[in-house]
Design a protein around this ligand. Sequence first.
Ligand code: SAM
Ligand code: SF4
Length: 461
Amino acid sequence: MKSFIDEAEIARILEQNKKPDPVKVRYVLDKAKEMKGLDLEDVAVLSNISDPMQLFELFEEANHIKENIYGKRLVIFAPLYISNLCANECSYCAFRAKNKSIARRSLTQDEIVRETEILIKQGHKRLLVVAGESYPRQGFQYVIDSIASVYQAKVGNGEIRRVNVNVAPLEVAEFKLLKDAKIGTYQLFQETYHHETYHNVHTGGKKKDYDYRITALHRAMEAGIDDVGIGVLFGLFDFRFELLALMQHIRELERVFGVGPHTISVPRLEPATGSDIASHPPFAVADLDFRKIVAILRLAVPYTGIIMSTRETAQMRRETFALGVSQISAGSRTNPGGYTDSLHEDDGSQFCLGDHRPLDEVIRDVAEMGYIPSFCTGCYRLGRTGQDFMDRAKPGDIKNHCGPNAISTFMEYLMDYASYETRLIGEDLIDDIIDSMDGIARERAVNLLEKVKKGKHDMYC
Ligand code: SAM
Ligand code: SF4
């Protein structure tokens, strides 16, 4: 397959829009209001603005689009690291093969069940299974077994209802196994789309192969996985280049499969044991530019979820909710066994976290800001994935499902898992949100809420 990342085109567009004319900036911001997305040139224009007034307008518009499409919802999940064995040499990652300074471990299936039970007891309903690129003797079957172990774990009325996966690129036949294992989203970050940088930071193992990685989401979709997630590891190369390349990747998936990615992740390089580059990113992204990245993506692909992990501090996470973030992780550990053995957080971790707060504290904070934490897994379980999801999302129909489902799953969380203080704040918020709703969305929300209050679980529409 011919590479669809055209570096010459990106360089040309960035050069032409280095100092964007205010008229052009206005045109792009007006175009964004239509919520039909932006093209490469528009993204180049916005990525080069620095005037405070223009930035203010960009952030305002991002907030407007986010509230229009997603309302006040924030979907909550936790990562589950099952193994830190890895055969690759990614210079920024503590799991790289030659790094001798971390303890290596792959969890047994019993340990995976135990870790999952801890997350269930905290109130989680969605997990992201993560692993390095080397599996114990079972090979790739280890990942499939691990997913089954997560789904099998139950504690009282709690269970994990959606497992997303972030593991190394696979062949189509293996992706079919992942689909059969009932995963939600398959997530894979290109890390950097810049060929030269890619080769400089990936010096050993299969991950050296840029083309094999960049075509992985094609293979996943070919295997029938509707929801795929993309991302860039910001800090390795110029963020403007990465944004335009990300757009080329998205447009290519849309061209071939008729639908783009379900989510975009925006990890910034964080310090990692045994990695120099992770502590001194060659293209460190300043906080203001990071907020700009989130806002531009919200305008460029309004219907694609944006994920914010606990790599970022609580304060940065808070600021980005208003700029377009729709999913956040909470209470995360990035070392296998980290939930069971929470005292040894740094031992075997992939990178340092910016937000260490437990789930209950994050939920309380989010609710105090007026956002509804959603534990909903309805779309995926009703088959509203891929093209079907986008078809519904575009006319705003998804709001009539997601709004009520967020409220019912949040109430379930408050009744089953929240601290007293969080429950009071959460219930007040639910009352306020219901008051602000009308039509079919309100009718559905009230109906679901009544059932949850009577003790029913897993209510969604
Ligand atoms: N091993 C698989 C791979 O590389 O695709 C999947 C799991 S890997 C643990 C998940 C992601 O962690 C990587 O894609 C990378 O973007 C991110 N990561 C690695 N080192 C990091 C660091 N120092 N700071 C922030 N994110 C990092
Ligand atoms: Fe291994 Fe993934 Fe870390 Fe690279 S980023 S060293 S492939 S775990």
